[in-house]
Design a protein around this ligand. Structure first.
Ligand code: AMP
Length: 512
């Protein structure tokens, strides 16, 4: 039984020592180099760490970052990737939550780090990587390894909290192994794959890239983030690096199609496109499928708190613009179910009935680091089980079954509004606007103070046409009171439409 993700790395290093494990635009590491670098780093960390302690990694993603993740784990710790471009205040809140005693920087991030006011140890990645391991350190590392448990934490990823204080989801080896084994089997990921990494390393979509690679002996090709502003360069990069697999945020896929990237080039090796994070607009999915008629397209769903994803749907037919793309079925060894407002289960025999999506299984994470209140609010005893302890995660997302028994995403609970006495899922309006000709992407927001629904959209369509089309599809109370054309949708760092910024710009602008 695989107990630690380090076994993924070591098994692949034994099978393919000289194969490229990880590459970025500047450098690469083979499997044996990755193991050796990680071991040097682990030994270098020993004087500064205790077991199960956080190792904050304050640097941009690169081959070195991955070596550092593995080194932290070999030292018996868990890693927390922090993005140096984030405001110092947020980074400091995270360091405080972690009670961090050290952090690791690279040459580029050192200057920014110096401004944080952090009073623990600051270690440099280059020095750690060139540390020479002594016999004594080797023995210590072996002892750490032999005493490790699969429920020891592997990483923490901080998501934005509703109070403004970030919450650190804490994830153990067992959850990741449980999920990655299913993920790689279900989508036939193998040593022949080159995975084009889009997601930041402090976002859990990257967990799929990293551990699918290490488990299968594949290669992770880190894509420089600036390429996502230049689709032609991005497509060249994917083609030049023979990328086969994309595990990307929906918005990243939409960037390519919005700017008609495929008219320039269709990278030749891509055969798997797995997307998540938001509802995939059918218009964009269809353009991708047209470019890759033989590739596998998969809609995967789930929050960080359940380790990446809990449901998947392999697209098996053409979808019309006004159809809903399902999120499908649960991955093996996960139970995904719907509860109504009174905590009664909603079954597949009640298609169309909406409830909160709840998840049970080994991949449910250990809660929020150093935050028992928030943990207890979301990670709760299964209300359907009063016989033994069974912790489930309440996602705060709403879903329903379609007529084929497949789960579909409705909206976040927060996006379900009461307007003019009606319960409205804003996602349903988004979908209707998205289907209008010449709309590239749409997003509706409820403006609480003004008591109106705002329909933001990108594309050349005129407002009259949109209203006219919507009148044919939606009840009057669901038609936005105002349409706002934007040049391009603001996107958060994690690749979702930035609703907060859209509304702020609206309120701050002349529309207010
Ligand atoms: P995160 O924890 O940042 O990955 O965000 C998870 C949230 O993104 C989920 O709770 C959903 O609200 C949304 N989400 C993730 N995947 C999908 C999907 N395939 N379709 C619609 N919404 C999604």
């Amino acid at each position: 039984m695989v107990k630690s993700v380090l076994e993924y790395l070591e098994n692949s290093a034994a099978r393919f020592p000289d194969k490229k494990a990880v590459a970025d635009d500047k450098s690469s590491m083979t499997y044996s180099e990755l193991v050796n670098n990680a071991r040097n780093i682990a030994a270098g960390l020993l004087p500064y760490t205790e077991r199960r302690q956080a190792v904050p990694v304050y640097m941009d993603k690169s081959c070195h970052t991955l070596a550092l993740f593995m080194g932290a784990v070999m030292a018996g710790c868990f890693y927390v990737c922090l993005d140096p471009s984030q405001p110092a205040e947020r980074i400091n809140m995270i360091l405080e939550t972690l009670e961090a005693k050290l952090m690791v920087v690279d040459e580029k991030s050192a200057k920014k780090q110096a401004k944080l006011g952090f009073d623990g140890h600051v270690l440099n990645i280059d020095e750690l990587m060139t540390h020479e391991v002594t016999e004594e350190e080797n023995e210590k590392l072996a002892q750490i390894r032999s005493e490790a448990l699969d429920i020891d934490p592997l990483y923490s990823i901080f998501t934005s909290g509703s109070t403004g204080v970030p919450k650190g989801v804490i994830v153990n080896h067992r959850s990741v192994i449980d999920f990655i084994d299913c993920f790689t089997d279900t989508f036939n990921i193998s040593e022949n794959d080159i995975i084009g990494n889009q997601a930041p390393f402090d976002f859990d979509v990257s967990v799929k890239d990293i551990y699918s690679t290490l488990k299968c002996g594949a290669t992770i090709q880190i894509i420089p983030k600036q390429l996502f502003s230049f689709p032609t360069k991005l497509l060249d990069y994917l083609d030049d690096n023979n990328v086969t697999t994309l595990v990307w945020a929906v918005s990243a896929l939409c960037i390519v199609t919005t700017l008609n990237g495929f008219e320039y080039k269709v990278p030749s090796k891509i055969n798997k496109v797995i997307f998540s994070g938001e509802v995939m607009p059918i218009k964009h999915l269809n353009l991708w499928r047209k470019a890759y008629p033989d590739a596998m397209f998969v809609n995967v769903y789930g929050p960080t708190e359940i380790t990446c994803n809990c449901t998947y749907y392999i697209v098996d037919r053409e979808y019309e613009l006004d159809e809903t793309l399902p999120m499908g079925k649960a991955f093996p060894n996960e139970r995904v179910f719907l509860l109504d407002d009174d905590d009664n289960i909603i079954t597949e025999s009640q298609p169309g009935t909406t409830g909160e999506i709840c998840v049970s299984g080994t991949a449910v994470t250990m809660g929020y680091y150093n935050n028992p209140e928030k943990t207890d609010a979301a990670f709760v005893q299964n209300p359907l089980n009063n016989k033994y302890n069974e912790i489930i995660y309440r996602t705060g997302d709403l879903g329903y079954y379609n007529n084929d028994g497949l789960m579909c995403f409705s909206s976040r609970k927060d996006f379900q509004i009461k307007h003019m006495g009606h319960r409205i899922e804003l996602g349903e309006i988004d979908m209707a606007i998205n289907a209008v000709d010449d709309v590239v992407r749409a997003c509706c927001i409820f403006h609480q103070d003004a008591n109106k629904i705002l329909g933001f959209y990108e594309g050349a369509a005129d407002k009259k046409t949109i209203t006219h089309v919507l009148m044919q599809k939606l009840p009057k109370f669901m038609i936005p009171q105002e349409f706002i054309q934007v040049e391009s949708m603001p996107i958060t760092k994690n690749g979702k439409i930035d609703r907060k910024l859209l509304l702020e710009n609206y309120i701050g602008g002349e529309n207010a």
